[in-house]
Ligand binder design. Structure first.
Ligand code: GLN
Length: 566
């Protein structure tokens, strides 16, 4: 029978519950346990798929096409797991299920209530993950104790202990221990209040993980142990780390995993962390560096591009190089280029996105990278802007665009496929999850992947328009990967360019700290070469065809309203 660990948080949001849960997952996995992770989110959206990145950060996509909380990305990266839709549940999805059941008459006329019906549904979501092939389920409860929305989740996880037996459940509570300069002391009172709040819901934590700038002294630990009724070894210091991948090592040094295993009567060997330690050491001691520009719309909120940033860092680890990330606001690309201010970048990433804002800047970045031999990786929307650049500037299609941004464009080189035009609903209407692509033998991407059949995760509605593919290829763009039926373009590249590659997918979701994704790894390799050789630029690739006359104007299709555009 699976054991359960519940991770809650108090005092403040953004303390790193997701990282703590992920790091603990890594440690238990390194002890040979089969771990699966889950996030319960108290907000009312059914999933984060329709939420603006400013609200929520990145939407993480699983293989099975669920649009989930970004903490699932941490779980996957730390535990090297492939999670599914079952690993994320929100209040919205839980209430939807309960209300649907009520409408079907499944409750046989009874009054439907938070206890037991909503709490039963929450427990059902937790139990779904506890299959025969799982030793430990780690469930993180989003939000902080004391939030109004969190109550049903706290009641559910409290009931859970009675359902499955005390010895099978461990409650981990994360708090903040601030340092107050005036008194020159670390303060335990916020932790005491937070634990008090948790206890008022009937949950007595087994472990208190204390986030703090400096390690907790034994005296402070003793005080927390005494006031919060947790054994001294259950008070764990989680000191701020330079590199988040160090956190498992810091928590192991504090004895967290050993203590959790003892509370759950899990007999395991000490964790094998040798590979992880090597990765962290490589990351700590980079011998080279390169500057990578990330051309984004949400650059004020780096969490919007979390997996992209992590994938770049992993690629840096692989080369023992420091990736210096430069956030470039898409709207500012053209003025920056005009002032020559992007010239010091060794590589560019054009990430995914929705909506028109900043699109011309992204296209300009693709053009600049192509003409100046700057390594450039386009992700999803990034591929689409590369295709628009090639259409406008290599194939002479003046005014080429995506129908997402210009419904009346004479050359809709990016468009909805016929079967997607009926999109009327927000949420869950995209091409989502893992899809297979077949790569062209001898292409750059085939060489990079070392394979001809690959699967990456997707989240988009628009596609390269097959009507223009021939013309684009004649102008020099190589569609180096397609869906197995060849209908959809999955990869584009440009022969002769060191690295100008676009993918319709989001490979960033599958990168791991100790196994960088090949596309990111090779982008960074090309960027490092450029950093070393800067000054000897390859000849720019310029237009090969005169501009084409736009086709006769037809009635333009209406703009498609996108759920996540802003
Ligand atoms: N907006 C584009 C589409 O829907 C790209 C989406 C993305 O980059 N994830 O196709």
């Amino acid at each position: 029978m699976a054991k359960h660990i519940f991770v809650t948080g108090g005092v403040s949001s953004s303390l790193g519950k997701g990282i703590t849960a992920s790091a603990l997952g890594r440690l238990l996995k390194a002890r040979g346990l089969r771990v699966v992770s889950q996030k319960l989110d108290p907000y009312l959206n059914v999933d984060p798929g329709t939420m603006n990145p400013f609200e929520h950060g990145e939407v993480f996509v699983t293989d099975d096409g669920a649009e989930t909380d970004l903490d699932l990305g941490h779980y996957e990266r730390f535990t090297d797991a492939r999670l599914t839709a079952d690993s994320n549940a929100t209040t919205g999805s839980i209430y939807s299920a309960v209300i649907a059941r009520e409408r079907r008459g499944d409750y046989l006329g009874r009054t439907v209530q938070i206890i037991p019906h909503v709490t039963d549904e929450i427990k059902d979501r937790i139990n779904r993950l506890a299959g025969d092939d799982v030793d430990v389920v780690i469930t993180e409860v989003g939000g902080t104790v004391g939030d109004i929305e969190i109550l049903p989740f706290l009641y559910a996880i409290r009931q859970f202990r009675n359902d499955v037996g005390r010895e099978n459940v461990c409650y981990v509570h994360l708090t903040l221990v601030p340092y107050l300069g005036g008194s020159g002391e670390q303060k335990t009172k916020p932790t005491q209040h937070s634990v008090e709040e948790l206890r008022s819901r009937g949950i007595l934590p087994d472990v208190i993980v204390c986030r703090s700038a400096a390690p907790l002294s034994t005296g402070i630990k003793r005080k927390i142990s005494l006031t919060c009724d947790v054994p001294l070894e259950g008070v764990v210091s989680a000191v701020d780390a330079d590199n988040l991948y160090e956190v498992p090592l810091l928590l192991h040094a504090e004895g967290l995993d050993g203590y959790v295993c003892r509370t759950l009567s899990l007999e395991t060997p000490e964790p094998d962390l040798a590979g992880w330690v090597r990765m962290v050491q490589r990351a700590a001691d980079p011998s080279r560096s390169l500057s990578v520009g990330l051309i984004g719309k949400y650059v004020n909120l780096p969490d919007s591009y979390l997996s992209v940033v992590e994938a770049l860092r992993h690629a840096g680890f692989a080369h023992e190089a420091r990736v210096e990330l430069h956030w470039v606001q898409a709207e500012e690309v053209s003025p920056l280029l005009a002032d020559g201010l992007l010239g010091d970048l060794d590589a560019l990433v054009i990430p995914g996105g929705f909506g028109e804002r900043g699109i011309e800047g992204k296209i300009a970045a693709a053009t600049y990278a192509r003409e100046h031999g700057v390594p450039c990786l386009g992700l999803c929307l990034g591929l689409q802007v590369m295709v628009i650049d090639a259409a406008r500037n290599l194939a002479g299609m003046v005014g080429a665009n995506s129908r997402e941004f210009d419904p009346a464009t004479p050359f809709p080189v990016i468009d909805l496929m016929d079967d997607q035009r009926k999109v009327v609903d927000y949420g869950g209407t995209m091409r989502l999850g893992a899809h297979v692509a077949v790569l062209r033998p001898g292409s750059q991407v085939a060489g990079i992947y070392g394979d001809l059949v690959v699967a990456e995760r997707h989240r988009h509605r628009f596609e390269v328009n097959p009507r223009f593919r021939h013309r684009l290829e004649a102008a020099g763009l190589v569609c180096s990967g397609t869906s197995p039926d060849e209908r959809l373009v999955e990869y584009v590249e440009l022969p002769g360019h060191p690295f100008w590659i676009g993918t319709q997918a989001h490979p960033e979701f599958k990168s791991r700290p100790d196994r960088a994704h090949p596309l990111f790894r090779e982008l960074v390799a090309a960027g490092l070469q450029r950093a070393e050789r800067r000054g000897s630029m390859p000849a720019p690739l310029v237009a090969t065809e005169p501009p084409l006359a736009p086709p006769a104007a037809g009635a333009p299709r209406p703009a498609v309203e996108l759920a996540t555009s802003s």
